[in-house]
Design a protein around this ligand. Structure first.
Ligand SMILES: CC(C)(COP(=O)(O)OP(=O)(O)OC[C@H]1O[C@@H](n2cnc3c(N)ncnc32)[C@H](O)[C@@H]1OP(=O)(O)O)[C@@H](O)C(=O)NCCC(=O)NCCS
Length: 172
């Protein structure tokens, strides 16, 4: 089975979502969703979004977090860095992204990642951001992000980036 965009909703984490039932197979990510995510949301440290089936409001298929970050230009490939200022450039960080094991390999991760990039692009129309960054938890996660075009940062090899399309040209 593959989940189509119309078969799930991506919405902010709320009290009605069953965080205890979520299991992505990585204890630290399960613990984060169960124990820390609400507090981080309340403190405006991150925004947490969950994917739920359209017909099961409480069931969490997957989640991701978004927050603000910066990239130091010396960590970017030289051909990109050459065109940018020397001070840190603004970015959106996908701090965590995970899918419940019961639906692994069914396209939910792709839909979550597409939603995260879409939200960052929308936000970038108001608060300038040039790129997305992620901190993959292991080699398998690196493979997942690389499949979507994310590249390693030179100085921070655990962190990967994807440039957002440049949409901020001033209108004449
Ligand atoms: C990584 C993870 C989010 C992928 O979610 P998923 O729903 O299983 O992924 P999808 O079904 O959407 O697969 C998306 C694509 O990525 C590919 N992919 C997934 N894992 C991959 C890997 N390790 N290496 C290369 N490609 C990978 C899939 O083959 C698929 O490509 P295809 O459509 O061409 O077949 C999920 O396995 C997970 O939650 N893992 C545990 C937590 C984790 O590692 N989170 C990420 C970093 S914090």
């Amino acid at each position: 089975m593959t989940w189509a965009a119309g078969s799930l909703r991506i919405e902010p984490l709320g009290v009605s979502h069953d965080r205890q039932a979520f299991d992505c197979g990585v204890a630290s990510l399960n613990r984060y969703l169960r124990e820390q995510s609400s507090q981080d949301m309340r403190r405006a440290m991150v925004r947490v979004f969950v994917a739920v089936p359209v017909d099961q409001d409480a069931r969490i298929l997957g989640f991701f977090t978004l927050s603000a970050a910066t990239i130091t230009t010396v960590d970017l490939p030289p051909e990109l860095a050459r065109r940018l200022p020397r001070y840190p450039v603004p970015a959106a960080l996908i701090g965590r992204l995970a899918v419940d094991q019961s639906v692994a390999g069914q396209g939910v991760g792709s839909l979550l990642l597409a939603a995260a990039v879409g939200k960052a692009r929308l936000a970038a129309e108001t608060v300038a951001m040039m790129a997305m960054v992620v901190d993959p938890i292991d080699e398998a996660a690196r493979g997942f992000y690389a499949a979507f075009g994310f590249c390693s940062l030179l100085g921070l090899e655990q962190r990967m980036f994807l440039m957002l399309p440049c949409s901020g040209r001033p209108s004449s």
